[in-house]
Design a binder for this molecule. Structure first.
Ligand SMILES: [Zn+2]
Length: 129
């Protein structure tokens, strides 16, 4: 696995610098200032979509922050805010994408102060016989 490098380009919406933290693997980058989502793989970085969130979230772990988790160094390279309605009750949580060039990716989910670490399987599990 080659080590993805960081790169940056101007936001197609407002011109602010957008950082690609896993170059070659990142498909899109969202601008924290104007809500533009830019194509990270297109050399012209065309605008894919523009969103206006009614509520903005500040991730507890800033993008670009580095730290040690269970003895391994990771960089936080992405954040998603997610929600689901189940039997009329709304549940929300955040998911952080962590990266180490040698160890790969991990997802760290946070809901109401509870943290869960997920490791991505390299292949789908095979059905047992
Ligand atoms: Zn922007």
């Amino acid at each position: 696995m080659s080590a993805p490098a960081a790169g940056s380009f101007p936001c197609p919406g407002c011109g602010a610098p957008l950082t690609v933290r896993a170059q070659g693997r990142t498909q899109s980058v969202a601008c924290e200032y104007c809500g533009a989502v830019a194509d990270a793989q297109d050399p012209a970085h065309k605008l894919l979509s523009q969103y206006r969130a009614a509520v903005r979230y500040t991730p507890l772990i800033p993008l670009g922050a580095r730290g040690v988790l269970r003895g391994e160094k990771f960089e936080c390279i992405g954040y998603m805010r997610r929600a689901v309605r189940y039997y009329g009750v709304d549940y929300e949580w955040g998911e952080y994408l962590l990266h180490n060039p040698l160890k790969g990716f991990r997802w760290l989910a946070e809901a109401d102060g509870h943290w869960t670490l997920y490791e991505v399987l390299p292949e789908p599990p095979k059905e047992g016989r």
